[in-house]
Structure formats: C-alpha cells, structure tokens
Design a protein around this ligand. Structure first.
Ligand SMILES: Nc1ncnc2c1ncn2[C@@H]1O[C@H](COP(=O)(O)OP(=O)(O)OP(=O)(O)O)[C@@H](O)[C@H]1O
Ligand SMILES: [Mg+2]
Length: 371
C-alpha cells in the first residue's frame, strides 16, 4: 500500500516506470518476433550452407542449435543494455521535467507565505516554459494587488486622520472651555462627521469599483435620460453660486446602451467639480453630440484649471491638485476615480484637458451607441 501511494505521489517514479513499461513491451515484441521468425530463417540459411559445406550427418541440427543460442545471447545482451540505457535516459528526462516543477512549487509556497517578489527563470520554450511565464505573470499581478491594497490602507488612514483630529480638537476645546458651546462649534463637528460619512460611502463604492463589482444595469436609453436628472439636481446650486450653466445637446441624438443612473452619477461628479472649481460669474457648458459609433459628452468650465503636471493623475484615487483647497470644499479625490470606472465599465473613455492654471478645464467622456 505504501509503495502504491509513494508511486502515486512521485512524478519521477511514474516517469521511470513508464520507461520500464516501454522497454518491457518492446522486449516482449522483440523476443516474440525472433521466436516466431528464427526457425524459418535459420532453416533457410542452413539449407544454403549445406549446399556449400556438403551434407554431413547431424550438421544441420548442430548449426540450428548454435545459431539459436547465439540469437538468444545477443537478444539478452541487447535487452540488458537497452534497460540500462532506459534507466539513464529516464533519470535524465525526469530531472529535466521535475526540476522546473519543483522550482515552481517552491516559488508558489513562497508566494503563499507572502513573498510576492518571487519569480521563476524561464529556461525553455515548451509547455513548462509557458507555465513558468504564466506563473510569473500571476506573481506580478498578485504583487500589484498587494501593493494597491497597502496603498489603499495608507490612503484611507490618511483621509480619516484629518476629520478625526479636527473633531478631537474641537471636543478638547469644549471640555477645556477654550471653545464656546455654541451652534457654530457644533456645526464644525457636524461638518466633519458628514465628511467622514461621505468618505465611507465613497470608499464603499470605490472598493466595489476596484474589485469589478460595481453594479451596472445597462439598457437602451436616450442621452436625455441621464443628462436631465443631473442638470435638475444641480440647477439651484449653480444659481446660488452665480455660475452660468449652459447646455447644448445635438438634436436627434442616437440611443446608447448604458445604465442611466450611473451615467447621471458621472455627470453629477463632473458638474459638481466644475461648480466647485469655478468662481462666481464663471460659465459651465455641457455639450452632447454623436461621432461615429459613440456619443460624446463634454463639461467645460472657465474655472481654476488644472496645471499640466497634474492632468495625468487626476483620475487616480485620492488625487487632489490643491489638497487644502479641495479638502476645504469637502472633496476626497475619489469622484473622478469612480467616474472613470463607471465610464470604462460602460464601454467608454473619459479624459480631461486644461490649458493651464486659471484657464478652465474640459472633461469629456464617450459612450457606445446601442446597436
Ligand atoms: N473642473 C475642475 N477644475 C479644476 N480642477 C478639477 C476639476 N475637476 C477636478 N479637479 C481636480 O481633480 C481632483 C480630483 O477630482 P475628484 O472629483 O476625483 O475629487 P474631489 O472633487 O476632490 O472629491 P470628491 O471625491 O468629493 O469628488 C480635484 O481635487 C481637483 O483638484
Ligand atoms: Mg469631485
């Protein structure tokens, strides 16, 4: 039983046994063929030799016996040599095959133990080489995921620290009678608490988006179905701040295949940002038109703009151009990240352009037409 389970568990022994089986089968075939063919062949040759040597009594029987013994001797020696050669070859090939597998096994144990730097040398172009390459790809992705996880924890801790320390210092001020127990003080605390609440909500959505679990219920919709709700929601805030909101939608826009609620969420974020980063008296213009197989939506403002060195980063989570300014406005730098996930999951692209500081910004995204 122990022998069987050892054989089952060891690829090297299996390979060795398979070589032995091949040798055994070939030997049986060889001996069988020799046994079958040798009497006829020997008799034919002995008859020819008799013609040369003359017909001595008992010569044919002697020759037959001796030739037969010679054939058996040669076959036995050949089988033993073949067996030894097979053992040598099987040890060599088993090492070639099992060596890389053992390396991969060790590497995967190390990865499981948390060492994500582990990589394998790709030594061949065959299936084992391909396996090693895909192992390395997997290790790379795991390392990136781990890196993102650590960054996320760091970012979240950092985002929580500011409102928490603000609440704490207000509370200490109240306890020590340094701050008056009036509505303004409590409003301060309330503001920080709502910021925390919004942050937690955004984080929940961000983690869903990053793990690809953002729920989307796409259907065939006209662009108006996601534009109008966003405009209606923000109209009053635009009026209150004194920022002019203009809308240009091309007539007869084709239908798109998206989740309208989610695209409204994207627009709310872009329009919210435009309002937040555009001073009173400025303009924000929404344009919607179709181009090729896509619908393009653009939100252009005449606000504070984005310096070119920040443009490539603003869709990264927690990225804010002016950290103190946008934090004061309640921003945590997650809105655009979620917007990008939604647009990309809907089959579109999103990007930002800005000529520079104080020269306004333009955000645009595409959506696929319903086919
Ligand atoms: N229209 C804009 N004009 C100038 N800067 C902008 C504009 N929109 C976004 N930004 C910059 O990009 C950053 C990221 O925007 P994002 O919407 O992701 O975060 P946020 O508005 O700070 O916070 P929130 O997560 O609440 O939306 C902002 O902090 C801001 O610096
Ligand atoms: Mg925002």
């Amino acid at each position: 039983m122990k022998l069987i389970s050892t054989i089952r568990e060891r690829l090297g022994i299996k390979l060795f046994l398979s070589y032995l089986v091949i040798i055994a089968v070939s030997s049986v075939m060889l001996i069988g063929t020799a046994e079958f063919l040798s009497p006829t062949a020997l008799n034919r040759h002995i008859t020819r030799m008799q013609a040369v040597l003359g017909d001595h009594p008992g010569l044919a029987a002697d020759l037959f016996e001796n030739f037969n013994a010679a054939i058996s001797e040669i076959l036995t020696a050949a089988i033993i040599v073949a067996l030894l050669a097979a053992i040598a070859v099987s040890i060599f090939t088993a090492r070639r095959i099992i060596g890389p597998i053992q390396v991969m096994m060790k590497a995967s144990h190390n990865i499981a133990a948390g060492d994500y730097h582990e990589r394998i040398n790709v030594l061949s172009e065959d299936e084992l080489g391909a396996l090693a390459r895909s192992f390395n790809r997997m290790a790379e992705e795991l390392e990136e995921t781990e890196q993102r996880r650590l960054e996320l924890i760091g970012d979240v801790a950092h985002e929580l620290r500011t409102p928490l320390s603000s609440i704490r210092s207000t509370m200490e001020g109240l306890v020590d009678d340094v701050l008056p127990a009036d509505p303004a003080t409590f409003m301060n605390v309330q503001r920080e608490v709502s910021r925390l609440q919004r942050l937690v909500q955004d984080l929940e959505e961000l983690s869903q988006a990053e793990s690809g679990q953002l729920s989307l219920e796409p259907r065939v919709v006209t662009p108006n179905e996601f534009i109008r709700p966003a405009l209606e929601r923000l109209e009053n805030q635009y009026q209150d701040k004194g920022v002019d909101l203009k809308v240009h939608t091309a007539p007869d826009l084709p239908k798109v295949w998206v989740d309208p609620g989610r695209i409204t969420q994207v627009l709310l974020n872009l329009l919210g940002n435009a309002l937040q980063y555009t001073p009173s008296g400025g303009d924000v213009t929404v344009r919607v038109w179709s181009e090729g197989q896509e619908i393009l939506t653009e939100v252009q403002d005449t606000g504070i703009g984005i310096p070119p060195e920040h443009l490539p980063h603003i869709f990264e989570r927690f990225y804010r151009v002016d950290k103190s300014r946008s934090r004061a406005g309640g921003g945590s730098g997650i809105g655009l990240t979620i917007a990008r996930y939604i647009v990309e999951a809907s089959g579109g692209r999103i990007w930002a352009e800005s000529p520079g500081l104080d020269q306004g910004s333009t955000f645009a995204f595409t959506l696929p037409l319903a086919s």
